[in-house]
Design a protein around this ligand. Structure first.
Ligand code: ARG
Length: 487
């Protein structure tokens, strides 16, 4: 009882000191934004590459490439200012957080300036204007013609976008289904989960071309039909803003957006070949990274986990508390939250600029270590107590007993459970796709965007995960058999 009371206290203290540390950082040095970029020699542009013709990833001669209007604009900004360009691809609803925590310098992602967003960031002059449209299934064409026909219906939108607001404001009693990525919304529409989708004109056209079962709801006109698109910039960065607006002016004066649109249309043309020749290398890359991060997660997690297990079994109370607090906290919070905490926390709290891959690995290692610590502790505890007593009474020291009596038996309990943990990690690692780690799930999403086919890539991802986990569990089965024989 007293024990668990102390444990709760330790968790609370750890948590509140963390919170104190995360107090909203004020970016006093924000006008130095431009200086920082210049010094780095690299402009980090955040975007969500699910948005052809603005930004999408596709295959050129077996290599992956970003293309689209926003990409061309970003390239020009970099070139005009003698900077290298770094594209940081993430979910649309993570972009504002990323710019505020300093993960990216600017957002070029078909973003509309809105009053809410203007509280968080400044916007450049607009570089485009787009119309808001509704798309539906062809088969529902006779039922869904005017805006009124959508009253009380389910409407799909991309999460945290202007389209979400428009649907809320302009459709009577709309039942809004917000999903993170455009292809997911398209899939909901195709499968009849929503009746219509509010979407920007050029993006709609790109998807309609590849999905003949969808069409525009011609009769629907939104009041907020026209919207600007601009670059989001951290607040109070006048110098950076000046340079962005200079490029935008140049783009407008020379009507370059028209060229960018042509480039995008060219890049969007279906490349030859079947699904696998076109997108196979996306999935291959994904498999490599999934295996890599899972191995790192389990191996480093096991090392850290062993230390924690020893702490937990130790006679020193503070070590026990520390280990318990750590383990309880990590097992009691979702991996998804931990991934975001590491990703944004590493920059916002610690000021480190770590890549998504490294952040994803760190989160997995930390998470695994807690589970593995428990596996090891349980494995050791499962060895009959009498063994320790017997060995000690024969004159062996505690250390000797552990090493030559307890641990060899514990290993037999631990190894199978570690194998299961490995299988779990392979599946769970899909979560790090949210911060843009290029593993299987992330690549499936990229292919969804590139192929305008929301379903097949998911199916392929499922099969790949299954092959990995099934093979692994067969291998484990084999070794477990060997362990038993060695008894
Ligand atoms: N223009 C809309 C907005 O700013 C949607 C932009 C979505 N962009 C994207 N890359 N998915 O809310």
């Amino acid at each position: 009882m007293a024990q668990s009371g102390k444990l709760i206290l330790v968790v609370i203290i750890m948590f509140s000191s963390l919170l104190m540390y995360v107090q909203p950082t004020t970016y006093a040095a924000q006008d130095e934004q431009w200086e920082k970029i210049k010094e780095r020699g690299e402009l980090r542009v955040g975007l969500s590459a699910d948005y052809a013709p603005y930004e999408f990833e596709h295959n050129v001669d077996g290599k992956r490439k970003y293309d689209g209007i926003d990409i061309d604009l970003a390239k020009k900004i970099a070139k005009d200012n003698n900077l290298k360009l770094k594209i940081v691809n993430m979910q649309f609803d993570s972009l504002l957080g990323a710019i505020k925590t300093g993960k990216i310098d600017i957002i070029i992602s078909g973003m509309t300036p809105t009053p809410e967003r203007e509280k968080e960031v400044d916007f450049s002059n607009p570089y485009m204007t787009v119309t808001q449209k509704m798309i539906i299934k062809k088969s529902e064409d006779d039922k869904l013609q005017k805006l009124d026909d959508f009253a009380n219906k389910k409407i799909g939108v991309q999460k945290q976008t202007q389209q979400e607001t428009i649907a809320k404001n302009e459709i009577d009693n709309a039942n809004i289904q917000s999903l993170t990525r455009v292809p997911e919304v398209i899939m909901s529409l195709k499968s009849g989960k929503v009746s219509g989708m509010v979407i920007e004109g050029p993006v709609a056209e790109a998807y309609l071309k590849q999905n003949p079962d969808l069409k525009f709801a011609e009769g629907v006109k939104f009041e907020e039909g026209e919207k600007n698109t601009a670059i989001a910039v951290p607040k109070n960065s006048p110098e950076l803003m000046k340079h962005l607006n200079a490029t935008i002016k140049d783009v407008k004066d020379n009507n370059l957006i028209a060229d960018y649109k042509d480039n995008a249309a060219e890049a969007m043309k279906k490349d030859d070949g079947n699904f696998f020749t076109k997108y196979g290398n996306f999935f291959l890359k994904g498999i490599q990274n999934t295996i890599l991060i899972s191995i790192v997660g389990v191996v480093l997690g096991a090392i850290l986990g062993s230390v924690l297990a020893l702490f937990k079994l130790s006679k020193v109370k503070p070590l026990r508390w520390l280990a318990s607090a750590y383990i309880e906290f990590l097992r009691g919070t979702p991996l998804l939250v931990q991934v975001f905490l590491v990703y944004f926390g590493s920059t916002a709290v610690l000021g480190w600029n770590l890549s998504a891959l490294i952040c994803g690995m760190i989160a997995l290692v930390i998470n695994c270590s807690a589970y593995i610590a428990e596996i090891i502790r349980a494995g050791i505890n499962a060895v009959d107590k009498g063994q320790m007593e017997a060995a000690r009474s024969l004159g062996l020291s505690y250390g000797q007993t552990m090493k030559s009596v307890i641990l060899p038996q514990a290993i037999k309990n631990i190894l199978p459970a570690l194998g299961n943990e490995f299988v779990t990690v392979i599946k769970e690692s899909s979560i790090v796709s949210v911060i843009g780690v290029s593993e299987i799930m992330f690549n499936a999403q990229v292919v969804q965007g590139a192929s305008f086919d929301p379903f097949t890539p998911l199916l392929v991802a499922a099969v790949l995960y299954f092959i990995l986990t099934f093979t692994l569990s067969r291998i484990m089965y084999f070794f477990e058999g060997r362990l038993k024989v060695s008894d």
